[in-house]
Design a binder for this molecule. Structure first.
Ligand code: FES
Length: 126
């Protein structure tokens, strides 16, 4: 019996730059969601791109997900900031609430998703 989640390769390790993000469409728990793939402190992390405050994408108002310091993720709607390594809000608003983390892997020069809740991945166009 195979108990490992399907592994979806998303990009080359070199394509995921520190403090930057890439976006992918995923089927997560049966729903189509946008997924943010980021690198922070040398490690890759992935989150469903939906703020804990309201169902808005973090980059709904600006094409950025890191704040100007590069130390936090920031929702461009009302400014909640999150720890990039845990997805936890460190703002007074929604303090302690977490973005939905998606399990990632990085090996053999590639970064990808390996999460039982993900049933499909669509790579961005272009
Ligand atoms: S919708 Fe993200 S901070 Fe309000």
């Amino acid at each position: 019996m195979n108990i490992a989640p399907h592994r979806y390769r998303l990009c080359a390790t070199s394509s995921l730059v520190e403090g930057r993000h890439l976006k992918f469409s995923i089927r997560f728990e049966g729903r189509d969601e946008e997924c943010l793939l980021i690198r922070f402190g040398g490690k890759a992390y992935a989150y469903v791109n939906r703020c804990v405050h309201m169902p808005r994408a973090l980059d709904c108002e600006q094409d950025l997900v890191f704040d100007s310091s590069g130390r936090y993720l920031r929702c461009s709607m009302h400014g909640i900031v999150y720890s990039p390594d845990t997805g936890t809000s460190v703002s007074t608003m929604c303090e302690g609430q977490q973005l939905r983390a998606v399990a990632v892997f990085e090996e053999g020069g590639a970064v990808g998703i390996a999460d039982f809740r993900v049933s499909a991945v669509r790579l961005p166009a272009g």
